[in-house]
Design a binder for this molecule. Structure first.
Ligand code: ZN
Ligand code: ZN
Length: 260
């Protein structure tokens, strides 16, 4: 285990060094340390208006809360095993460009920048809600379909997960979750059909007794995929399951691809 912790320390040092080097901003091209200039970073992460967010699933909520009533439209459909969702920003311009450039153009530096934004949110949430944890979280990306792997040659969720694990000093577990079968895709499915479609779609053979797991994906829309995986990990003994997504789709909008 000692060599693993030394490797993690070395990765953290490498990341800190790289973050100080000026490179072209991924959105505007100006010189910036870390791959995204301050103005673009603010444009991506700043909310367009004053919004409340669901403290559990991070979706933007409208209006004032009704006294005594939880008013999140998405939480009732999420699995109780999914304790908390961390999102770097809402799925809209210009943040969506970073996701598109990772997924479509295979620009892996976008995964590093997105993971950096997510890491800040994760640290804040952990300081607030999970100060008692002693062992590092296990990190796993949502597995891609075989078709998508063949088309792209990589899994964007895994790239993001690995970069987040390095950034946070957590344990990256690329083989923790597998696809049990290929499924039919969720593009045109409604909320309830998506939940049915992902039931039994994933497999986990690891024993996770007492461990905390962070599932990572690029975009969360209905949460059907994350819910199914959280159920699975809880059945395997995980004590705590969180999810980290680069972007959270505002309620009732559909993500461009998987809609998961
Ligand atoms: Zn910029
Ligand atoms: Zn919610």
């Amino acid at each position: 285990m000692a060599h693993l912790s030394m490797l993690r320390e070395f990765q953290c040092w490498l990341r800190r060094t790289r973050d100080r080097l000026p490179v072209a901003c991924l959105l505007c091209g100006s010189r910036a340390a870390g791959g995204l200039c301050r103005y673009c970073c603010e444009a991506v992460t700043a909310d367009k208006e004053e919004v409340r967010r669901c403290p559990r699933c991070a979706v933007a909520l409208r209006g004032k809360p009704a006294a005594g009533h939880p008013d999140c439209p998405d939480c009732p459909d999420l699995s109780a095993a999914l304790e908390r969702v961390i999102a770097a920003f809402d799925y809209h311009w210009p943040g969506d460009l970073l996701i598109e450039r990772l997924k479509v153009q295979g620009r892996f530096s976008c995964a590093v920048v997105l993971a950096g934004m997510l890491a800040e949110r994760c640290q804040t949430a952990i300081d607030l809600h999970s100060s008692k944890r002693t062992s590092p979280m296990l990190v796993a990306g949502v597995p891609a379909s075989r078709r998508s792997l063949i088309l792209r040659g990589f899994n964007p969720a895994a790239e993001l997960g690995r970069a987040l694990a390095v950034r946070m000093g957590w344990e990256w577990q690329p083989g923790l979750i597998h696809r049990a079968h290929e499924g039919q895709g969720q593009k045109s499915l409604g909320r309830r059909e998506r939940r049915r479609e992902v039931e039994g779609l994933y497999r986990c053979d690891a024993r996770l007794q007492g461990r905390a797991v962070m599932i990572v994906d690029d975009v969360m829309t209905t949460g059907a995929t994350l819910s199914a995986i959280a159920d699975l990990l809880q059945q395997r003994g995980a004590a705590e399951v969180w999810a980290a997504v680069a972007a959270r789709t505002p309620t009732r909008l559909e993500a461009p691809e998987a809609g998961r």
